[in-house]
Ligand binder design. Structure first.
Ligand code: ADP
Ligand code: MG
Ligand code: MG
Length: 252
């Protein structure tokens, strides 16, 4: 089962340091939640882990099963099993959802091990049904004209099809009504296993009622300042972040 280790990660955008020495270990089978105020660097962490070129990593290390993730190109990270469901998925005109998914799966499976078209379609349609998505979405251009909720379901469809080893969900709950939230959470819970770890970034405790985390971390000013179990998320929901700032003497 996978072992994902972030150690002392620092990253900047346009010469402004956002991640200031962040460390975290995720083993296969574990669900870790990161909560934190807006602007604290949660999405920056997700993007830096995936190798987004806008973010410059200046220090620290990231490994998956001992392999240096920071040395990998973006597509190599995906092939190694890193998956990010984005807070704001982009629209790609001219590429259908189904074509995109099949190339992503085949890239992940590697040459000589491509999925057959029949099997792909059967799997995709099965998972779309689980996510209560209309199968016409398969033939639409990627995310183009999708509503916020449809985009999020589509991210989860990709996650379910790709069988990742480390799943990062960035505010997958934002913009979802309660029914869509339940469907998305069921999709995540269905693929929980020893074969993969999860990093769930959220602003609200609500999501964690549906996807029960093993660990909850609080992120502030570019690092993890406190870790605990699910009870930590409940306290944040009830009391906000001020008590942590006071406890740690953080001034902002
Ligand atoms: P969070 O996801 O926790 O709300 P972000 O990672 O999105 O926080 O942002 C962290 C900080 O980085 C914020 O101060 C934000 O303004 C800044 N930032 C994020 N993206 C950019 C960008 N493309 N250009 C400049 N600053 C950015
Ligand atoms: Mg934000
Ligand atoms: Mg964010």
């Amino acid at each position: 089962s996978p072992k994902f280790v972030i150690d002392g990660l620092r990253a900047s955008i346009e010469d402004k340091e956002i991640l200031k020495g962040l460390s975290l270990k995720i083993n296969g089978g574990e669900v870790h939640a990161i909560m934190g105020p807006n602007g604290t660097g949660k999405s920056t962490l997700a993007s830096a882990l995936m190798g987004h070129p806008k973010y410059e990593v200046t220090d620290g290390s990231v490994t998956l099963d001992g392999e240096d993730v920071l040395e990998m190109a973006v597509d190599e990270r995906a092939r190694a099993g890193l998956f990010l469901a984005m807070q704001y998925p982009s629209e790609i005109a001219g590429v259908t959802n189904s074509d995109f998914l099949r190339s992503a799966i085949n890239a992940r499976r590697g040459e000589g091990n491509e999925i057959s078209l029949i099997k792909f379609i059967r799997q995709m349609e099965g998972k779309m049904k689980d996510l209560e998505m209309n199968t016409e979405f398969a033939h639409r251009y990627l995310n183009e004209g999708f509503s916020g909720g449809e985009k999020k379901r589509n991210e989860i469809l990709q996650m379910m099809m790709l069988e990742p080893r480390l799943v990062i969900l960035d505010e997958i709950d934002s913009g979802l009504d309660i029914d869509a939230l339940r469907i998305v959470a069921d999709g995540v819970n269905a693929i929980r296993s020893e074969e993969r770890g999860f990093l769930i970034i959220t602003h609200y405790q609500r999501l964690l009622n549906y996807i029960k985390p093993d660990y909850v971390h609080v992120m502030m000013q570019g690092r993890i300042v406190k870790s605990g179990g699910p009870e930590l998320a409940e306290r944040l929901e009830a009391e906000g972040y001020d008590w942590i700032k006071e406890e740690l003497g953080i001034v902002d």
